[in-house]
Each structure stands twice: as C-alpha cells, then as structure tokens.
Design a protein around this ligand. Structure first.
Ligand code: ZN
Ligand code: ZN
Length: 241
C-alpha cells in the first residue's frame, strides 16, 4: 500500500519547527506523496502564526514540483465550547483545518468537558481532522468522540509523532489501540499524519502503520491509501451525514 498524503506538517512559521514550506514539499515529492498539506500552528500557540498568515495562504501555488498543495491550519481549541483561534472568514478560504488540544491553550478539564470541547469543535464547517486525540493528560470519552466524528464527517488522526518514544504526549499507544478498535467497529475512517516539525519527518507514517497492522484495522478505512476517501473527506467541502 502506498501512502498518498500527509496533511499535518509544520514549517518555520510555527515558531518551534525547523523547515521551510519548500523543504517540506521537496521531501513530500521524494517520498512519493501526491498531496502535501501545510498546517502551521494557529495564533494562540506561543510562536504561532499571525492572523494575516492564514488569509495570505492563497498566494501559495496549487501544485509545487508535481505535488498537490493543500492549505490548512492546526487550530487550537480554546475552551469547552470548541472556540478556536482563527476567524470563520479566514477558515473558509482554506482547504481544511485540524483541531487539537494543546497544553498552552487549553488546561485539561474533566473527561466530560474535554470530550465536549472536541465534539463542539467538530461541528465547525472547516474542521475536517481531529488532531492527536491520544493524550492521557486530556482524558476523553473515546466512544462519544468517535460517534461525533462519524456524525460530523471528521477524520480521526493517528499521529505518528505521538507514537515516537520522545513524544511528550502520554499513553498514545494504548489510547490509539482503543480508538482503532472502536473506529473499526463503527466503520469510521482514520488518517495517519506525521505532525512533522522538520522536513525529514514529512510522509513518514511508519509507527502509525505498525499500530494499524497490530490492531488489524482494515486498510479500506485508512484515508492515506484511498483516492476516494481523500476526495470525500479532505478535498470536498465538509458534508454532514
Ligand atoms: Zn508544534
Ligand atoms: Zn498539535
């Protein structure tokens, strides 16, 4: 199976990442990806982008070196009502948004409120991916999150960086095994992303794929291998079921 896509990547615009857009895209091409998505950290993250950065993404070409470029952002969930840190009109100009819980922007709350924050943010028309819902520091009702993802046509991310031994997120492996089992049962697709903060990581989803294999998760529900699922969940405007 060939990986076609990586849409969770950061450039130097994120403040704590180390490569340019061009370096990332060249690595995407080298790894044979068809789609590369740029998703720098939104403004509330320390060192994140300025609001103008989001509206100016339109100047980036649609294709670079034969790789189709998708313009995105990694939103910070700010509160239990799913408030995010980019204006709706700017989000409407993007191909996609990933919504994530990050310590500097959202202090962990009860399981019920963490879960509510994710469910509410998935209702946003720009949010197509739930970023790294794998961190035991933010306890979640996983079943409720997956049911909401299915209803809101949002992809659950399997984040390759969370699975690295050096990751500061906690419990990702165990949390993903639970997530994959429920997604398989409910036929909810997932996307493997790198969350690359340096170009060399772009397109490398080996740890996520090893876990998918271990969990015996069906490849037919992995967006990375399917042009049809990429079309339905990423390229098209979001559809509610
Ligand atoms: Zn980051
Ligand atoms: Zn993140």
């Amino acid at each position: 199976m060939k990986n076609l896509i990586d849409i969770h990547t950061h450039s130097i615009s994120s403040g704590h990442a180390y490569s340019t857009l061009q370096e990332n895209v060249f690595e995407a091409r080298r790894k044979g990806l068809i789609y590369y998505g740029l998703s720098d950290h939104a403004p509330a993250m320390p060192g994140g982008v300025h609001p103008y950065f989001v509206s100016n993404l339109r100047i980036i070409p649609e294709t670079i070196e034969g790789v189709r470029i998708l313009k995105g952002i990694e939103l910070n969930i700010l509160d239990e009502n799913g408030k995010v840190d980019v204006e709706d009109r700017d989000l409407a100009s993007l191909d996609y948004a990933i919504a994530s819980l990050h310590m500097p922007c959202f202090s962990p709350k009860s399981e019920a409120l963490n879960t509510q924050a994710l469910i509410r943010v998935m209702e946003h028309p720009a949010v197509k991916v739930l970023g790294h819902p794998d961190d035991s520091r933010f306890p979640l009702n996983v079943q409720a999150v997956i049911e909401a993802a299915a209803a809101q046509h949002v992809l659950i991310e399997i984040n390759n960086s969370s699975l690295r031994p050096t990751s500061f997120r906690q419990g990702a492996r165990e949390n993903y095994l639970k997530i994959l089992s429920l997604c398989a049962e409910k036929k909810v697709p997932v996307i493997c992303n790198t969350d690359a903060h340096v170009s060399f990581q772009v397109g490398d989803i080996d740890l996520a794929l090893a876990l998918i294999e271990e969990a015996r998760f069906p490849y037919s529900l992995v967006v990375n291998f399917s042009h049809d699922l990429i079309q339905e969940y990423i390229l098209k405007p979001k559809q509610k079921k």
